[in-house]
Ligand binder design. Structure first.
Ligand SMILES: [Zn+2]
Ligand SMILES: [Zn+2]
Length: 309
């Protein structure tokens, strides 16, 4: 389990950039690894205003190929090349990822200094990356679009008293947690001998662009943080739904039914200079809601009150 999980919002606006909000991009740092969800134009410069390094991006997850969600990719990748990146970069996205990105990333004169691996997803997958998984859900938008769920794996919690009995230091405990069983001073010790319950991994869900859908409630069930689009307020929701978008009211209803820890609203239409009406209607339904701003950082803590196995 990671010691640090934090989110930085590089862009929180929808459709096109405005003086108040860049188009959408969300960074998720898991210890020293950075995952990027969407990459609207200008994302790399937004990152440079923060302490989350663009060179540490290991995987990028694109929700869909509307410009406000991916047009920052080519610039970011060319800058990585100019900084002599060698690490492979993985990019995941919905159907047509290979076709669209192969064309888009071949624009202009530059030679990559690192390999890019492209992966196409249909929705419904769970990808295992060791300490965490990424699951996908097909959502309701006019073009193929995915929502993503990051989930840290649950790990056994150690009972200190039991561990002290065997004289296990933290390094050996970590090995025991990983391997389930070790030989220590000639004695076989199982994780069950020192287990004191379970530490539930953190979960974060990002909706992408979507009209409200029932499936999101299951997908986001009990998530610590739901980042959901709220393009407009409820007075405009009928039209927004036709275009595959949600209102703040509808996002809040999903958060409430899914019993999430916190609802963070993004993809705000550039028509709103002031977002208090959006936030107010979400809070009326789900009090732990708010509209996030560009460059805002959220540290995701491990939940307390975790039950035993
Ligand atoms: Zn969008
Ligand atoms: Zn879109």
């Amino acid at each position: 389990m990671a010691s640090t999980v934090r989110i930085i919002f590089f862009g929180t606006g929808g459709s096109w950039p405005s003086p108040d909000r860049n188009v959408i991009s969300i960074g998720l740092q898991v210890d020293s690894e950075v995952l990027l969800f969407d990459c609207g134009e200008g994302t790399q410069r937004q990152m440079m205003h923060t302490n989350m390094s663009f060179m540490k991006i290991k995987r990028i997850f694109i929700t869909h190929y509307h410009g406000d969600h991916f047009l920052g990719l080519a610039g970011l990748i060319q800058t990585m090349t100019l900084n002599d990146r060698k690490e492979p970069l993985e990019i995941y996205g919905p159907s047509r990822t290979v076709d669209i990105l192969t064309n888009y990333l071949s624009l202009g004169y530059y030679s990559l200094t690192f390999p890019i691996k492209l992966y196409e997803l249909e929705g419904g997958e769970t990808l295992d990356f060791g300490d965490y998984t990424i699951s996908t859900l097909k959502v309701a938008h006019p073009v193929p679009t995915l929502a993503y769920a990051f989930k840290e794996k649950d790990i056994p919690r150690i009972d200190k008293k039991k561990a002290d009995k065997y004289r296990l230091d933290s390094k050996i405990l970590e090995k025991l947690r990983k391997e389930g069983e070790i030989i220590h001073n000639g004695k076989r010790i199982s994780i069950e001998d020192v287990r004191g319950g379970i530490r539930i991994g953190r979960k974060i869900v990002y909706s992408g662009d979507t009209a409200p859908i029932k499936e999101m409630e299951d997908f986001a069930r009990d998530t610590d943080i739901l980042i959901h689009e709220a393009t407009v307020e409820s007075s405009l929701e009928e039209k927004a739904n036709q275009y595959g978008h949600s209102s703040a009211r509808q996002a809040a209803l999903i958060a409430k039914n899914a019993r999430v820890g916190e609802l963070l609203l993004v993809h705000i239409s550039p028509r709103y200079k002031n977002t208090s009406s959006i936030e107010k209607e979400a809070k009326a339904i789900f009090p732990r809601s708010r509209v996030v701003r560009d460059l805002e950082e959220v540290v995701v803590k491990v939940r307390k009150n975790q039950g035993s196995l």
